[in-house]
Design a protein around this ligand. Sequence first.
Ligand code: AMP
Ligand code: MG
Length: 320
Amino acid sequence: MTYVTDVMKPKNIKLADETSFAAALKILRDGGLVALPTETVYGLAADASNDAAVAHVYALKGRPAHNPLIAHILRPEEAGALAHVNALAQSLIDAFWPGPLTLVLPRKNTELSQIAGGWLPTIALRCPDTVWREAFIKSGWTSPLFMPSANLSGRISPTTAAHVAADFGDKINLIIDGGACSGGVESTVLQIHEGHAVLLRPGTIAAEDFAPFVTDLRLPDTAPIISAPGMLASHYAPRAKVRLNAIDVREGEVLLGFGAVMGDLNLSSLGDCAEAAHNLYDYLRRLDREGVQTIAVAPIPKHGLGLAINDRLKRAAADR
Ligand code: AMP
Ligand code: MG
């Protein structure tokens, strides 16, 4: 959604600039919450060492308490203070951070709020590539941020400031508007072990891109059972029903096309998965706003970034 005039724009949305970054830092310091753009989706940030702020994130999202949050750090070298970083993890950090890769590592004892840990012996870390990172570093901010996607739990992640406002209204003091997120689906989550890694969540970085670093990349069903909201069957869900791999439109449906399957709205007429990922959540939200009963979605390639798109669509289509 775009606002036709500034008058229509909610008052808590401020353009990403030095002034709004300074305001965001003040709110975080005071224990408040701020929605921040990242290269994947918008996040709902809290100072990771502030229990009350972290509890507020869970309450606002309606997120189950056992589902852990990703700790976002400003500099790649901060990982070692929070977790045990083995050689495999370090090679991935060197290659992909700052960027849309989350690493699940054995956690160290730290001052971080225990509320966000899901009682796991591990911690998920990411160093995002964002417009506010440098400004936060320059300001002297050092605490990690616990920052899940800035949407109601189980619903579609936000890729614009307007999406965040649609879910939370003025319950968040400040939403920094950095435009539409370049990526459009969440980070790739890898759990790191000695000598192998497990792909817990396909995401913005394609699994194929890890080949030079991870010789043994395993799929989630070989991982120990953990509670992770992004791994629950129904997640990332619009209000409308979703029908997958559609090449025709049935009564009462709107067809979300891809490539040659044109549809009523096309994720990428060129058949480009990066463009489709960028458009995916905005189009799902748009069709929901229009009150569509069933969204039929054209087949999306099952490799590269298409793996993440298929994963999210499968969860959007799952029984609720
Ligand atoms: P989001 O809430 O959208 O930021 O998604 C974060 C994802 O990372 C969820 O699927 C979490 O369950 C997952 N996650 C966070 N911490 C851990 C952890 N220690 N082990 C496994 N998955 C985690
Ligand atoms: Mg999320």
